[in-house]
Design a protein around this ligand. Structure first.
Ligand SMILES: Nc1nc2c(ncn2[C@@H]2O[C@H](COP(=O)(O)OP(=O)(O)OP(=O)(O)O)[C@@H](O)[C@H]2O)c(=O)[nH]1
Ligand SMILES: [Zn+2]
Length: 202
């Protein structure tokens, strides 16, 4: 179904989701943390967690070109920006969530090739539903838009709070990480400023 190399969250190869294996691993983890996986409240937990992981990491089995498909020609050659796309992802260092918003803007190709607005949000999900770091999520979205829509430029800004900095470790709730990736004509300072002004306006 898929090319394992191009689908990986990072650089490694991936395969199909092995639900039985995930279930066994969660049972082991429960034992490792000092729980009893055979007590009533936990009996169904390994299966549930396995299914949850299947959903949370569904992006490992999706390709950007599967979702960024609907391209049509409207002759629109100015910037298109979709703001505040909810991001729910999983930090690959601790396997806990990071969440926030993504802003994706692009200037269509000279022949006016554009995509349905929802497709940009779907594209964010393809990469967010993988074990991730925020920087890679940001560049993967930008580079996919460049490859598939062949636009004159793209800007992706992502703002997230990482649970690995909130519920454990340094414990700094509220700290936000902002990453950006800018390609093509959007690197031009005036165009980039226009995009950033639109992104930051509340
Ligand atoms: N650059 C980057 N770092 C991240 C991201 N998510 C988590 N991290 C960081 O990854 C680092 C992992 O650091 P380590 O020292 O290996 O792990 P740790 O001992 O659990 O680190 P602490 O979180 O500081 O307790 C931490 O500083 C995290 O804040 C991300 O999306 N991008
Ligand atoms: Zn983390």
């Amino acid at each position: 179904m898929t090319d394992p190399v191009t689908l990986s969250g990072g650089e490694g190869a991936i395969g199909e989701f092995d639900e039985k294996r995930a279930e066994a691993a969660v049972r082991e983890l429960l034992i490792a943390v000092g729980e009893n996986p055979d007590r009533e409240g936990l009996l169904a937990t390994p299966g549930r967690v396995a299914r949850a992981y299947k959903e949370i990491f569904a992006g490992l089995r999706q390709r950007p070109e599967d979702v960024l498909t609907t391209t049509f020609d409207l002759g629109h050659d100015e910037m298109v920006l979709v703001k505040d796309i909810e991001v729910m992802s999983t930090c690959e260092h601790h396997l806990v969530p990071f969440h926030g918003v993504a802003h994706v803007g692009y200037i269509p190709s000279t022949d006016g090739k554009i995509t349905g607005l929802s497709k940009l949000a779907r594209l964010v999900d393809v990469f967010a539903r993988r074990p991730q770091v925020q920087e890679r999520l940001t560049t993967q979205v930008a580079e996919s838009v460049m490859e598939i829509l062949d636009p004159r430029g793209v800007i992706v800004v992502i703002e997230c709070e990482h649970m690995c900095m909130t519920m454990r470790g340094v414990r700094k709730p509220g700290a936000k990480t902002i990453t950006s990736a800018v390609r093509g004509q959007l690197r031009d300072p005036a165009t980039r400023n226009e995009a950033m002004t639109l992104i930051m306006a509340r």
